[in-house]
Design a binder for this molecule. Structure first.
Ligand code: ZN
Length: 318
């Protein structure tokens, strides 16, 4: 049976869209105009340990704040970028860090909360990629991989000039490419995943194992390891070297598989700057060896803390 397609807003559609960025620690919402301007915004902490309806209550509160804006009535579609896994076909989310939401029908519930507006859903890595392609470091690139390296490693793909979310909204999940066949077990059930080597907590643990110790403030985060690496601490440098090699292997595998010409790296660990990017570029030369991948560049993300909202807005306009 054929069904008539719904209204399909495009990036040139006038009027704002409603963007929701749903993570394990906060739920952010905004009205975003066609140029990426944020016209109104709201956020609430995610009651991540509560039951499903309580978590939805935080989404409802964010939407109520936005609905108080005089621009609300002009807002068309709704875009959601959510911590994953997501299922864009069924409109459900099961964020790892929000146990009350398992196969939670978020699209239908948000549709009801927003007066029947069309709602699109992507994973947070795909949302960040959409934001970087629209307004950030992947702008103008038809084939790009974008990565978020923080407490986990997520990502997304732009292929042939278009965002490639995949059938369920999870494509580009580079954090769970295995780059060490006999490596440590990963939370996903796999082994030797990029995330297991490069995510902030794992990077910091590797530095501790190598003999690095936090300062008097007790800060044992990847940011603290980055400061120590910047000061030349060998174990901190080794931890960043190892993370960089894992990321480079994953990026090179992606480049060889689907041909990308830029890898955009954001997230808290990327905040280390050259402490991460210098070994990453060196390692990439070791792994991205085929002729068509040698021109691949690695650059920092440019859309900052609003990447999730801007990406959700881009998804709504896709
Ligand atoms: Zn994994």
């Amino acid at each position: 049976m054929l069904t008539a397609p719904g209204p399909v807003p495009s990036v040139t559609t006038p009027g704002p869209v409603v963007a929701l960025d749903i993570g394990g620690t906060k739920i952010a919402g905004a009205l975003v105009d066609a140029a990426g301007g944020i016209l109104a915004r709201s956020r609430r902490p995610t009651p991540a340990r509560e039951d499903a309806e309580t978590v939805l209550g935080a989404v409802e509160a964010v939407l109520a704040d936005l609905a108080a804006s005089p621009l609300w009535s002009a807002a068309g579609a709704v875009g959601i970028g959510s911590a994953g896994p997501v299922d864009a076909v069924r409109g459900t989310v099961s964020p790892v860090n929000v146990p009350g939401w398992r196969d939670f029908p978020l699209v239908e519930r948000v549709r009801r909360l927003t007066g029947g507006r069309p709602v699109s859903l992507v994973g947070d890595g795909v949302a960040m990629t959409a934001a970087e392609h629209w307004l950030g470091a992947a702008r103008g690139h038809d084939n790009a991989l974008c990565l978020v390296v923080s407490t986990g490693v997520g990502g997304g793909l732009v292929l042939g000039g278009r965002l490639h979310p995949g059938p369920t909204g999870n494509a580009g999940h580079i954090g769970h490419l295995s780059v060490d066949l006999a490596g440590d077990p990963c939370a996903c059930g796999g082994r030797g995943c990029v995330e297991r080597l490069a995510a902030g907590p794992h990077l910091a643990r590797h530095a501790l194992d190598g003999g690095w110790r936090p300062g008097p403030d007790g800060d044992a985060s990847a940011a603290a390891v980055a400061r120590a690496a910047g000061a030349g601490h060998p174990a901190a440098l080794a931890a960043f070297e190892r993370a960089a090699r894992a990321l480079a292997a994953g990026i090179a595998a992606t480049a060889h598989l689907v041909e990308i010409d830029v890898a955009v790296v954001g997230g808290g660990v990327a905040g280390a700057g050259e402490v991460l990017f210098a070994p990453l570029r060196r390692a990439l030369a070791d792994y991205a060896t085929l002729s068509f991948a040698r021109g691949l560049t690695v650059v920092p993300a440019a859309t900052g803390t609003d990447a999730g909202l801007l990406g959700a807005a881009a998804a709504a306009r896709a």
